[in-house]
Write a protein that binds this ligand. Structure first.
Ligand SMILES: [Zn+2]
Length: 248
């Protein structure tokens, strides 16, 4: 757990002062606020009060977040703690960053690394991933893609619907999608997206990894139900990165 620099304490102190100027709920000194980065699985932040002290744990994915994003997040967490309305500008700033491709990707990677890797099976209750792969391979890749290990995840993860692990040559699809309530074309879209990761390996530019390059994106948009898939994705995914704040 990384100790956050002192200025973070001040940012949270400012949020408390602005959202609760009279100190009605908490009378705090800066020394009563502890802010640390924590290696959560995925994107997650918590704020708790215990014995007059405030404990903030921010996802370590945010260690490189710009100051205005940290400030927005501080206001969001403190507002939730105080049961105050969340200031919309802060919400907007936070979301723009939290939903950016790099952050979503970083979040997926922590899940991948920190979560357990479990191979179950390609044959699900509703859909068979191996057959789906073969069909997509014929249709979009001239049947030339080498078959990776395909597997349904053990848990019904809402956070990563699909994941390609280049090191293990594995595509994992969330079991959440193994249901007749989920349209087959949407599952195909997720598998297709992961297959594109095989075709377009990550590019490293200035020490940063780019997974969804322009070439990747344009090929992705060739999927016939791309638009409809994005809408489905929104519906399924939006719930997952919700800001969670808890007062104890
Ligand atoms: Zn991707």
């Amino acid at each position: 757990m990384a100790q956050a620099p002192f200025h973070l304490q001040r940012v949270f102190g400012e949020a408390f002062r602005q959202l609760d100027p009279a100190g009605r709920k908490f009378r705090l000194n800066l020394a009563d606020i502890e802010v640390k980065f924590y290696p959560y699985v995925g994107l997650h932040h918590t704020i708790r009060v215990r014995a007059g002290r405030v404990y903030v744990r921010l996802s370590d994915i945010f260690q490189s977040a710009p100051p205005e994003v940290i400030r927005a997040l501080a206001f969001l967490l403190v507002a939730r703690l105080l049961s105050r309305k969340v200031p919309p500008t802060h919400e907007r700033i936070y979301r723009a960053y939290a939903f950016s491709p790099q952050v979503l990707r970083a979040s997926d990677i922590t899940r991948q690394k920190r979560g357990r890797k479990i191979i179950s099976s390609a044959q699900g209750k509703a859909y068979d991933l191996d057959r789906m792969f073969s069909r997509l391979n014929r249709q979009y890749f001239d049947g030339e893609m080498e078959k990776p290990v395909l597997t349904w995840s053990k848990r019904r993860a809402r956070s990563i619907l699909g994941h390609h692990d280049a090191a293990h040559k594995t595509i994992t699809i969330s079991k959440l999608l193994d249901s007749r309530e989920v349209p087959e074309w949407f599952v195909e879209y997720i598998v297709y997206h992961e297959m594109l990761h095989i075709k377009h390996p990550a590019r490293v530019i200035n020490g940063r990894r780019y997974y969804h390059t322009a070439a990747f994106r344009s090929e992705e948009q060739r999927f016939p139900r791309y638009q409809a898939s994005q809408e489905w994705l929104d519906r399924v995914v939006r719930k997952k990165h919700e800001l969670r704040a808890r007062a104890a």
